[in-house]
Design a protein around this ligand. Structure first.
Ligand SMILES: Nc1nc2c(c(=O)[nH]1)N[C@H]1C(S)=C(S)[C@@H](COP(=O)(O)O)O[C@H]1N2
Ligand SMILES: [Mo]
Length: 498
């Protein structure tokens, strides 16, 4: 009996600790929510119908009660086994933990960090399981102390309840925003993005897909805890050197003409060969129209955008007004903005690095002057202006994997937003530059893929690539680091051919 109780209390602590950490990491990383959701997703249709027929709208509650019973039985078994055949009980915790981790990672868009609540929870659970079981038996080597066991069991139970409750309370705002986002309606664009022609995506093995999925899209920001902004509470204030100060809510935006555009975003911190670049379809509202309505004064030359979490970016006013598709975006690849990509609204400006333009969770636009205002990163040694440099990347082959002699596809992506890409060349071992095949151009604001069939001979080689932008300018071979205005230099890959 005490052994079984030891197992159940330890399991409760796993879930409590998991719940508490999930409040920070994200709601989908909670072991109980993740496993429950995985169970729902994998329930055969017949069973689901039966559950809905039987439990009606309480089907979710029934699921959690059912899960609780199963977990309690398994945990009781683990407690008994941990005594009889150590460490089988702990091993059972680990197996259940692995299931929880797999469920959490596959559900949440946040990658391996989603494993954290379950991993820490299971570690704590096993420690407590062992100390409880050691004290559960009259014949235990340390000697039986009923009082000791009761005390430890009481503390564990209290800790399980406290962590679980704290997790639920702390996680409430997160869950509220997740629900708010699930109910958010993506505007049907008045001006839709042209479809992606088949020949824009070469679909080669190892080559980045033309459109980057939301889950794969790089994420860069200064937020330790992702800002949770409810769409009902959100508004955008436009003020400063304007004749018509205004404040827009999402309801106001719904009355406006919406646009949908594909734009490639790039981070100034992206090193040569790095992956801080991604291409997505954005839906939102043209910034030039919003700003025109606010009527900027003649002396203004910068828009200082601020976010809910007090990040700031300074964007040249003329770039926002020159007719390119600078926008206030509310959707990414047809979905409401993912919370970590700025829900409910962010800026997207073709041609500029993110740190001077792509403010997520944006709430404020102050029209001002470069001579008067500083932004978050320009205050920390980065350049005031951030036009994107022409660059390319070799996606395949990768230096860490040897290739077979014969025909080897070299392929990658190239970008020079708002100037476009007109050519990509490769050379092997300082040989002559050879032109590659480019995927169809979608627009000047999006990257292009390129490929080249190389006849590879055995040995060590170095493959390099360089891009030419739409104005005919070849990217520079001068290698500079990312600070202060972005990396430059040819893409380069060591390749071993067997
Ligand atoms: N609020 C906020 N917005 C931000 C940032 C930030 O730190 N905070 N980082 C910027 C930077 S440096 C980049 S490169 C882009 C990245 O956008 P993504 O995370 O959606 O890819 O967001 C920009 N917007
Ligand atoms: Mo960035």
């Amino acid at each position: 009996m005490r052994r079984a109780l030891s197992g159940i209390l330890s399991a409760a602590l796993v879930l409590g600790v998991g719940e508490l950490l999930a409040a920070v990491v994200g709601p989908d990383s909670s072991p109980i929510v993740a496993v429950g959701s995985a169970a729902v997703d994998n329930t055969p249709a017949g069973v689901r119908e039966w559950a809905i027929d039987t439990f009606g709208t309480s089907d979710k509650l029934a699921l959690f009660i059912g899960m609780g019973v199963v977990i309690a039985l398994l945990a009781a078994g683990a407690g008994i086994l941990e005594r009889a055949r150590r460490p089988i009980g702990s091993a059972l915790f680990v197996v259940l933990g692995v299931l929880g981790v797999l469920a959490a990672i596959s559900r949440s868009g946040s990658g391996s960090i989603a494993a954290l609540p379950t991993v820490v929870g299971v570690a704590v659970g096993i420690l407590v399981l062992r100390s409880l079981v050691d004290r559960a038996d009259p014949d235990a080597s340390e000697g039986f102390s009923r009082r000791r066991f009761v005390m430890l069991a009481g503390i564990s139970a209290a800790a399980a309840v406290a962590t679980g409750a704290a997790g639920r309370v702390l996680g409430a705002s997160t869950r509220a925003v997740t629900q708010d986002r699930n109910a958010f309606t993506v505007p049907v664009p008045d001006s839709p993005a042209p479809p992606v022609p088949a020949a824009a995506d070469l679909r080669l093995p190892g080559l980045s897909p033309y459109v980057t999925s939301n889950a794969e899209f790089y994420r860069i920001d200064t937020a330790l805890v992702v800002p949770r902004v409810n769409s009902q509470d959100w508004s955008l204030r436009i003020h400063g050197m304007v004749d018509n100060e205004m404040t827009l809510t999402l309801a106001d935006l719904e009355q406006r003409v919406s646009i949908e555009r594909m734009v490639t975003l790039t981070c100034v911190s992206n090193p040569i060969g790095g992956d801080l670049v991604g291409n997505a379809t954005w839906t939102g509202y043209a910034l030039k129209d919003i700003l025109a309505e606010a009527r900027p004064q003649a002396a203004a030359d910068m828009v200082l955008s601020s976010s809910h979490d007090d990040f700031t970016a300074g964007t040249p006013l003329d770039v926002l007004m020159d007719g390119r598709d600078a926008m206030l975006a509310v959707a990414m690849n047809g979905e409401p903005l993912p919370i970590e990509h700025g829900y409910p609204a962010r800026l997207v400006v073709p041609g500029l690095y993110g740190y001077v333009s792509a403010t997520k969770w944006v709430t404020d636009l102050e029209v001002t002057k470069f001579s008067q205002a500083r932004a978050y990163w320009t205050d920390r040694g980065w350049s005031e202006r951030g036009p994107i440099k022409t660059a390319c990347r070799i996606d395949t082959p990768v230096g860490s994997k040897d290739v077979q002699a014969g025909t080897v596809m070299i392929a990658g992506v190239a970008w020079a937003q708002h100037r476009g890409i007109s050519r990509v060349e490769v050379r092997v071992d300082d040989g002559p530059w050879t032109e590659t095949t480019l995927s169809d151009e979608y627009s000047r604001d999006t990257w292009r893929q390129w490929s080249y069939a190389w006849t590879a001979t055995a040995g060590q080689h170095r493959v390099e690539a360089r891009a030419t932008d739409g104005t005919g300018e070849v990217q520079t071979d001068v290698r500079v680091d990312t600070v202060p205005d972005g990396a430059s230099g040819y893409a380069s890959m060591p390749v071993t051919v067997r």
